[in-house]
Design a protein around this ligand. Structure first.
Ligand code: GLV
Length: 333
């Protein structure tokens, strides 16, 4: 029997996807292409699986070209690049990679929060460029953490991992989330409060919600204006949760004091973007999950999801389990 054809939207290190060997015929897209590269299109009619990166946008129009598709496996926890309702209606399971990047992303969140709070990029640059005079009592003053309030927007796995770390720094924790987390509240004195109140009272606002139609543009001009002028915004979720134009105003007009961004809209952010000109805006290139261990496990789980889908089995990490309702020939739940 001939192995199923699988599209890998971008190259991955061979040792991360070794479990695919001997099970699939792989066609691989172009390194660095910001989407599904054009040479892959001719393979879609025969493709039974797609292993995608979060940069590969897959809408219904593209997926319509793949009538034999049985699984989409995204090497990311977020699946906002994929038309999930479309996949669900077609009975196509979409795999993702939760949990394995939680610690890496929470660590990075604390890293950029601390960097912005303590002005590391500016002070490191000044030291390197010869602006390090005698020790100055008032030089490069930053924000205190102990006793300050961290508002976490979205208390999923990553939000909770940030909460445990932040507690260690003496930050008081408030959060906005559809759900209450009594254990977290008890262990870390966290308080669930309305979103507007979180914006008004937090010294740091850290975003950890998924990108969907209700969170797109959540941090628009009116939300940014609600924040304290001394507050710092941290985004390690998805770029479009923050309105970039409004953020430029917020940072230049003093609505907030600083921002630390792992994700931006657009992404990649062009080097000429006004946000790059702002001293009070720290930007790193979407490296939340970029540790050797996390990225390797993400790829391995993406392969496990893919192989399960091709075998007609339930995916170990399926984002849309309700797709089963639209699938024929599967054992019932
Ligand atoms: C990274 O941003 C992910 O969603 O995995």
């Amino acid at each position: 029997m001939i192995d199923p054809l699988v599209i890998l939207t971008h190259p991955l290190p061979q040792e991360w996807i070794v479990t695919l060997e001997g099970h699939v015929r792989l066609v691989v897209g172009t390194e660095g292409f910001p989407g599904v590269s054009p040479e892959l299109l001719e393979y879609l009619p025969e493709a039974e699986g797609i292993l995608s990166l979060l940069t590969a946008r897959m809408d219904g129009r593209l997926l319509d070209l793949a009538p034999k598709l049985r699984v989409v496996s995204n090497m990311a926890v977020g699946v906002d690049n994929i038309d999930i309702p479309y996949c669900t209606v077609r009975g196509i399971p979409v795999g993702h990679t939760p949990s394995v990047l939680t610690d890496a992303t929470a660590d990075l969140t604390m890293a950029i929060l601390l960097s912005a709070a303590r002005r590391l990029p500016e002070s490191a640059r000044d030291a390197r460029e010869g602006r390090w005079g005698i020790w100055s009592p008032t030089g490069w003053l930053g924000a205190d953490l102990r006793g300050a309030t961290l508002g976490i927007v979205g208390m999923g796995k990553i939000g909770r991992a940030v909460a445990t770390r932040a507690y260690g720094f003496g930050l008081r924790l408030v959060y906005a989330d559809p759900a209450q987390y009594p254990e977290l509240d008890a262990a870390y004195s966290a308080l669930r409060i309305p979103f507007d109140e979180l914006l008004q009272t937090s010294d740091f606002v850290s975003l950890h919600c998924p990108l969907n139609e209700s969170t797109r543009g959540l941090m628009d001009a009116s939300a940014l204006k609600m924040m304290k002028p001394s507050a710092i915004l941290i985004n390690a979720a998805r770029g479009p949760v923050v309105d970039s134009v409004a953020l430029v105003h917020a940072l230049t007009e003093g609505w907030i004091s600083a921002a630390a961004l792992d994700v931006t809209d657009p992404e990649p952010l062009p080097a000429t973007h006004p946000l790059f000109e702002l001293e009070n805006c720290l930007i790193v290139p979407h490296i939340g999950s970029a540790t050797i261990g996390a990225r390797r496990r993400m790829a391995e789980i993406a392969c496990e999801n893919l192989l399960a889908g091709l075998a007609g089995e339930r995916l170990p990490h399926c984002f849309n389990p309700d797709c089963d309702d639209n699938k024929s020939g599967l054992p019932s739940r």
